[in-house]
Write a protein that binds this ligand. Structure first.
Ligand code: 5RP
Length: 234
């Protein structure tokens, strides 16, 4: 079993620091992943202490955790906006001189479609990360959620764009990963992405693509957990 090493301690610091921003009466977007889970648990403890909030989960996983720790859950159509979204990232552009400073790759948990919906709706979107997520440019594979019938067609379009698509396989059963929305995920390697905004626009325009994991211009701040505290990047 994974113990709390340096990386987990950093995730915890980032998540718990972001949870401190939750105020009484807030509707909070609850992201997906191990870093956000620390924030969700911290919000749950605050609810135990009397804080009144409602959470909008971005995945089955975050909904289960929210219910487990006692956060009342709601949905985008039932709530009047989202005050704050807290979410993790797989990679964050950390170079202020780079074109895509603050851009993210998300979707390591195949939840990026709902995450983008909730995070982009929020008045404030805070990313929580450990230092391993920071990079001068985005170079990890970009998760692209596709409707099942479209996966080969979209894969061809990705190759035309110079990318290398790979259908994400489930690790615990035969067959591909199926998202909470019933779709498939192509992990698309493009090498180092010089212009995340331009690639995001092209990917969004491909028929059969529901959503991709490039989040450009959405984050208001990134909280990076460190050995002795949290760096706030804006
Ligand atoms: C899920 C995500 C996660 O936020 C991302 O994969 C980071 O996860 P972790 O905090 O476990 O490193 O985008 O779709």
């Amino acid at each position: 079993m994974k113990t709390e090493g340096g990386s987990d301690a950093a995730k915890r610091r980032a998540g718990e620091r972001a949870a401190e921003e939750v105020e009484d009466g807030f509707v909070v977007g609850l992201g997906t992943g191990s870093t956000t889970a620390y924030a969700i648990r911290a919000i749950g403890r605050a609810v135990d202490d009397g804080l009144e909030v409602r959470g909008i989960p971005t995945s089955f996983q975050s909904r289960q955790l929210a219910l487990e720790v006692g956060i009342p859950v709601t949905s985008l159509d039932a709530a009047d906006g989202v005050d704050l979204a807290i979410d993790g990232a797989d990679q964050v552009v950390d170079d202020p001189e780079a074109a895509g400073y603050g851009a993210l790759i998300k979707g390591g948990g195949a939840a990026h479609t709902r995450e983008k919906l909730v995070d982009s709706t929020a008045d404030r979107f805070v990313v929580v990360a450990d230092p391993s997520k920071l990079a001068p440019a985005l170079e990890r594979s970009v998760p692209v959620e596709v409707v099942p019938d479209a996966h080969t067609v979209v894969a061809d379009r990705i190759r035309d764009l110079g990318g290398e698509p790979s259908l994400r396989d489930a690790t615990r059963k035969d067959g591909p990963v199926v998202t909470d929305n019933g779709n498939l995920v192509l992990d698309c390697a493009f090498g180092s992405i010089d212009d995340p905004d331009a690639l995001a626009t092209v990917l969004s325009g491909l028929p059969g693509v529901l959503e991709h994991g490039l989040f450009v211009g959405l984050a208001d701040a990134t909280y990076v957990g460190r050995e002795n505290g949290v760096d706030v990047r804006t």
